[in-house]
Design a protein around this ligand. Structure first.
Ligand code: GDP
Ligand code: MG
Length: 453
């Protein structure tokens, strides 16, 4: 998939060399390549525009970390944004309903609805040990009901018979009733394919939806359709409260446009990918993995990850050194420390990671108030110039007033922060002379109720 994008990006990696920073200028050519590749992959134009803008915004000004080349760094950004474009994280099936949980399938003819019904049945039955019933409401093609029967047999799930003389809603309700009385966990409702422009057919699936009240309404779409997939997705999304998308035939020579656009256009998660005609050909859709596959640069992405990890480690090491000696600890470090604390899930979470006796010494500090306080502190430090951060001594009244105005706080609050910083510095010196105990006592005095308010 998207071989083209992969190829173009490999070129980018080679051409962008030797610069320490990504700038509007040096990524321009590269972004043109990415844009072309996406368009050729049949990604919808608004999606491409949005994507390019986001990558630019993230990339420009970014330092090229560690041993990476600028091109590699840019690939890292593109990867992250591809992942975000496809929804960021994997969203699974929601079966939290009074059983039977009904899963309704919608989509065009030939999209793979019946096949996907079988695949899902197999997955739910074999892997998740659910008792599954499948029913077809496709009364327009005699072979369709027969097809589901065969597929259900292969999947090892139960099949609820229906006939072409029946009405789709009646069939679905009869199946639901049967499923209830026989304690099925899941009812899979297969439907006839329909064109979005066919109003009668759209009304029918809306009626089906209203009758069986599915917990999942999955839109099944053929990845080979490219742009058209996006248009149908939009129409179905407007007609039905879709809960997710299944992208089929990703094993084929799909150019990938659908995978990249559908989420953006519908706002609904891609939950599964069909990757073969066999019933085992269904995968959970993971944006992260798909992004890596699209880029096809496992080696470079590995490097990017390593470099990022390396930076975190370097920072941690340098910080530990300062922490040990108390030397050179300035407001930049203070801010860094706060940010790290926050990324570790707040003070509460950090204390959980400390050995028991220290956590005890620090007392119970959980609660929402410190989060807010931390935000204000960050605001104040952000309003300082780098020089002020490294030499807080130069902060006299007028500078303090400017900083307070910039951060939207009072001068007293700025003073309080400086005070607090001084204490921390002192504390760290004590720490270096001996005694985690002392440090923790100091820490306890600093936290909410005390100086942070
Ligand atoms: P429906 O009309 O939406 O029910 O579509 P079907 O389930 O009958 O599938 C239409 C065709 O697509 C069949 O020939 C399937 O074997 C094929 N198909 C469905 N899903 C996949 C898939 O993920 N990969 C491949 N290669 N073929 C698929
Ligand atoms: Mg079918």
């Amino acid at each position: 998939m998207l071989d083209n994008l992969t190829e173009r990006l490999s070129k980018v990696v080679k051409t962008l060399r030797g610069q320490a920073r990504l700038t509007e200028d040096n990524i321009q050519e590269a972004m043109r390549e990415v844009r072309m590749a996406l368009l050729e992959a049949d990604v919808a134009l608004p999606v491409v525009k949005d994507f390019i803008a986001r990558v630019k915004e993230k990339a420009v000004g970014q330092e090229v970390i560690g041993s990476l080349s600028p091109g590699q760094a840019l690939v890292g950004v593109v990867h992250d944004e591809l992942k975000a474009l496809m929804g960021g994280t994997h969203t699974g099936l929601d079966l939290a309903a009074q059983p039977p949980a009904v899963i309704l399938r919608a989509g065009l003819q030939g999209a793979g609805k019946t096949t996907t019904t079988g695949k899902l049945g197999k997955l739910l039955g074999e892997r998740m040990k659910k008792k599954v019933l499948a029913v077809s409401t496709d009364v327009y093609r005699p072979a369709a009901i027969e097809q589901l029967k065969t597929v259900a047999g292969q999947a090892g799930i139960e099949f609820f018979p229906s006939a072409i003389e029946q009405k789709p809603v009646d069939i679905a309700l009869a199946a639901l009733d049967y499923a209830r009385r026989h304690y099925f966990d899941v009812l899979l409702v297969d439907t006839a394919g329909r064109l979005a422009i066919d109003e009668a057919m759209m009304a029918e699936i809306q009626a089906l939806h209203a009758a069986v009240r599915p917990v999942e309404t999955l839109f099944v779409v053929d990845a080979m359709l490219g742009q058209d997939a996006v248009n149908t997705a939009r129409a179905f999304n407007e007609a039905l409260p879709l809960t997710g998308v299944v992208l089929t035939k990703l094993d084929g020579d799909a150019r990938g446009g659908a995978a990249l656009s559908v989420r953006h256009v519908t706002g609904k998660p891609l939950k599964f990918a069909g990757v073969g005609e066999k019933l085992s050909g269904l995968e959970e859709f993971h944006p992260e993995r798909m992004a890596s596959r699209i880029l096809g640069m496992g080696d470079i992405l590995g490097l990017v990850e390593e470099a990022r990890r390396g930076v975190d480690e370097d920072k941690a090491r340098a910080f530990a050194q300062k922490l040990k000696t108390g030397k050179g600890f300035d407001l930049n470090d203070f801010k860094e420390q706060i940010a790290q604390m926050r990324s570790m899930g707040g003070i509460g979470a950090m204390l959980d990671k400390l050995p028991a006796q220290f956590a005890q010494a620090a007392g119970k500090l959980q609660g929402g108030t410190e989060e807010k306080a931390i935000g204000r502190i960050e605001g104040i430090i952000n309003s300082m110039t780098p020089q002020e951060r490294s030499k807080p001594d130069i902060l006299k009244a007028s500078r303090k007033r400017r900083i307070a105005a910039g951060a939207g706080v009072t001068v007293q609050e700025v003073n309080r922060l400086l005070n607090q910083f001084e204490q921390t510095q002192k504390m760290m010196k004590q720490f270096s002379k001996g005694g985690m105990q002392k440090m923790m006592r100091g820490l306890k005095g600093m936290l909410p109720g005390g100086m942070m308010r």
